[in-house]
Design a binder for this molecule. Structure first.
Ligand SMILES: Nc1ncnc2c1ncn2[C@@H]1O[C@H](COP(=O)(O)OP(=O)(O)OP(=O)(O)O)[C@@H](O)[C@H]1O
Length: 308
C-alpha cells in the first residue's frame, strides 16, 4: 500500500542553519500521526514542505505517491490544511467561509451545499453558521477552520498545533471532533502537548534540531526508557528502614523516597515477587504500578521540557 506521507533524506537549509536534516518518515494511510518537538525543532518547516508551500533543499517527499516538487497541484487537491493561525475571512459568515473554499476547489454547488451541511452538523456549528467568525469562541473558530479544511474531502489532513491557545474545555471539544473524523483519512498533526499526542495519535515521532530522534506508538516510546517497570510502594511507617533494605537489592535499578512513598524502578517486572518477599511483614499500605508518562520520555530524549 502506498504510504500517505513518505520522505527520504528530506533536508532544508536556511543559509547555514539546518532546519531539517536527512529526515526519513513514513505515515500509514488512515492513521493519526503526531509530530512532537520543542520550539524551533523544524515541525512547521516540515509541514510547509509537505503541503507544497516551500521547497526542500534536497531529498524527496511524497503525498500519496505524488512528488512534492513536481505534483504540487495534485497534492493541493488531496490535502486539507489547518495552519497555526486561524486565517478565517472575518467579513464572511461561517458558512460563506466554507463556500468560498469549496468554490476555490471548483466543487459544484449541489455537492458543496450538502457537504457543508454535514460538516456544520459534525463540528457542532450548525446553529451558528450564519454568524461571523469574530463572534465565535476560540474553540469554535478552530472547529470552523477544521471544517473548512475538510470541505473538499481531502485524503490527508495536516493540523499544525490544532489546540494551541485554547482553554482546556475547548481543547477537549476539538479533540473529540478530530477523533470523530479519524479513520476516513490520514491525519498528520504537530503539537507541543504530550497529552494531545498520547490521546489522539496511533504513532508519534519526536523531533529535535531538525532530526527525528524517536518514533513509534506511545507504548513503544515509553518502553524505550530504561528501568521501564516502575512501582510505587506506600508504607504505614518505617519507610526509611525498608527503603534502605530495598536499595541493597540487585534487581532494583533506581529508588526514590518521597514521604511515605518509595518509587522503585525494577530490572524486570518479574523482580516484583522478590520485592514482595523482602517486604514480608513490613507495614505496606499499597503497591501499585506507575506508568511512565510521555512527558518523561520526551524529556529523556530531548533533554528539554515542553511548553504546556
Ligand atoms: N524563513 C526562515 N528563515 C530562516 N530561519 C528559519 C525560517 N523559518 C524557520 N527558521 C528556523 O528554522 C528552525 C525550525 O523552525 P520551525 O518553525 O520549522 O520550527 P517549529 O518546530 O515549527 O517551531 P514552533 O514549535 O515554534 O512552531 C528554527 O531554528 C527557526 O528559527
Amino acid at each position: 500500500m502506498t504510504a500517505a506521507i513518505l520522505t527520504n533524506n528530506l533536508t532544508k537549509q536556511y543559509g547555514t542553519l539546518t532546519a531539517l536534516g536527512n529526515l526519513d518518515l513514513q505515515v500509514r494511510q488512515g492513521s493519526i500521526f503526531g509530530l512532537l518537538g520543542p520550539n524551533g525543532a523544524g515541525k512547521t518547516t516540515l509541514i510547509r514542505i509537505l503541503t507544497t508551500l516551500m521547497r526542500q533543499s534536497s531529498g524527496e517527499a511524497f503525498i500519496e505517491g505524488n512528488d512534492t516538487r513536481s505534483r504540487g497541484r495534485d497534492i493541493r487537491c488531496l490535502i486539507g490544511v489547518v495552519p497555526q493561525e486561524n486565517s478565517l475571512d472575518r467579513y464572511l459568515t461561517a458558512r460563506e467561509n466554507l463556500e468560498l473554499h469549496a468554490r476555490l476547489h471548483k466543487m459544484d454547488a449541489a455537492r458543496y451545499r450538502q457537504r457543508i451541511d454535514e460538516l456544520m452538523e459534525l463540528m457542532g456549528l450548525a446553529g451558528r453558521q450564519h454568524d461571523f467568525p469574530d463572534t465565535f469562541s476560540g474553540g469554535m473558530q478552530r472547529r470552523l477552520v477544521v471544517a473548512r479544511a475538510l470541505v473538499h474531502q481531502p485524503r490527508v489532513l495536516f493540523l499544525d498545533e490544532p489546540t494551541t491557545g485554547l482553554d482546556p474545555q475547548s481543547r477537549r471539544s476539538v479533540w473529540e471532533y478530530i477523533r470523530s473524523i479519524a479513520g476516513s483519512m490520514t491525519i498528520f498533526l504537530t503539537t507541543h502537548y504530550l497529552e494531545e499526542a498520547e490521546l489522539l495519535c496511533d504513532r508519534i515521532a519526536i523531533m529535535d534540531h531538525g532530526r527525528l530522534i524517536a518514533q513509534g506508538t506511545t507504548q513503544e516510546l515509553k518502553a524505550r526508557l530504561s528501568g521501564d517497570t516502575l512501582y510505587e510502594i506506600e508504607f504505614d511507617g518505617e519507610t526509611e528502614r525498608y527503603a534502605a533494605l530495598l536499595k541493597n537489592m540487585a534487581c532494583i535499578r533506581s529508588i526514590t523516597v518521597k514521604g511515605a512513598v518509595v518509587n522503585v524502578g525494577l530490572e524486570h517486572w518479574e523482580c516484583l515477587s522478590e520485592v514482595v518477599s523482602a517486604l514480608n511483614g513490613a507495614p505496606v499500605r499499597r503497591i501499585s504500578l506507575r506508568e511512565r508518562t510521555l512527558e518523561e520520555v520526551f524529556i529523556s530524549l530531548t533533554g528539554a521540557g515542553v511548553r504546556q
